[in-house]
Design a protein around this ligand. Sequence first.
Ligand code: GLY
Ligand code: MN
Ligand code: MN
Length: 430
Amino acid sequence: MQSEYSQRREALMAKIGKGTAIFHSAPVAVMHNDVEYNFRQDSDFFYLTGFNEPHAVAVLAPHHEEHRFILFVQPKDPDKETWTGYRVGVDAAKEQFGADAVYPISELDEKLPQYVEKADRIFYRIGRDRTFNEKILALWQRLLQTYPRKGIGPTAIEDPTTVLHPLRLLKSEAEIALMRQAAEIAAEAHNRAIAFARPGCFEYQVQAEIEHTFRLRGAEGPAYPSIVASGPNACILHYTANTRQIQANDLLLIDAGCAYRYYNSDITRTFPVSGQFTAEQKILYEIVLRAQLEAIAQVQPGNPYSKMHETAVSVIVDGLLDLGLLQGDKEEIFKEEKYKPFYMHRTGHWLGLDVHDVGVYAHGDTPHNFEPGQVTTVEPGIYIKPDFKPAEGQPEVDERWRGIGIRIEDDVLVTSAGHEVLTAAVPKEF
Ligand code: GLY
Ligand code: MN
Ligand code: MN
């Protein structure tokens, strides 16, 4: 795996020329008072280093005579480690993470300037850590002041993610193997939940089934707060309270994925808990399923990303027009987005180290075309809240359609031959 991280650093360094790139570790998040969440490294930092500790800085200085990859880390401290766990420390970090130089983080102010003063640009993304932003800006300001006498130094700050995120968007074989594992574990969790769920149980009990499987199979845990939404709760896109008792004839929408060695899966299934759809549920489910299958068919190398959304919307609008839930001219419904009260979100997003992974979806007016190695979700839905309000000029929706929410979501890898659905092991026909 070390060679994988080193290849990523080389790929980035090849693109930054005489610049110096600086990355800060993720902040430590507080759960309450003095209790912290488990640490989760910033995805860019992790992608380039594999180093999973807080209070760290990574520097890439391809132009530097001696050191091209520099790490600043927490030093070993046996007393502190007794409380919060082992640290890699300065000496081992050099060996284990392949850095040319490693310093204790306390030496950052003293050691960082030598890696920046001869760079022509600083690649640093202004982030949420204001103190660290200030530190970088102050260093740059000092170097700007000495620039006239030296005739060398950084004259711009650039966002490194415009070069880094296109690299992250294309997954390597090693990354795809981890994503397959994340998909397989989540698929097993969904299958177990589908078998377990029945009228009378609480949404949180179904959540427990899912998250039990995540940990049992070695995943770090949920990739995002698991959504177990029965009946009308399915119309709330990010419903995470999971407190309701499931009723007979409910649909159950489960949107849950896991993080496996930092890579995420993201699956949604909607099914009748009593084993049988009502007539209305069945009709709407068939529309969403058709929309999803036709959208998945658009995930092909060379196809614009936006095509799958257009396809899903087209199938959904046709379906709703047939039912009389939408009325009028299809073109106009499209143009004026009159379908939005039923379907208000996009059909997918990139997936990887982040659940909503990095990478652009368009380049200004030029579409982004799929390439092998990219992973997207495909997740159309129809949502008719109990208090549904139609778009202007559209008909009121009859009571029998209300309280139904449906989404179907798979994780799809673009391959040279077309695509592969990584989450195909969970059924979609009920
Ligand atoms: N579960 C978040 C999403 O589907 O995007
Ligand atoms: Mn999801
Ligand atoms: Mn998703």
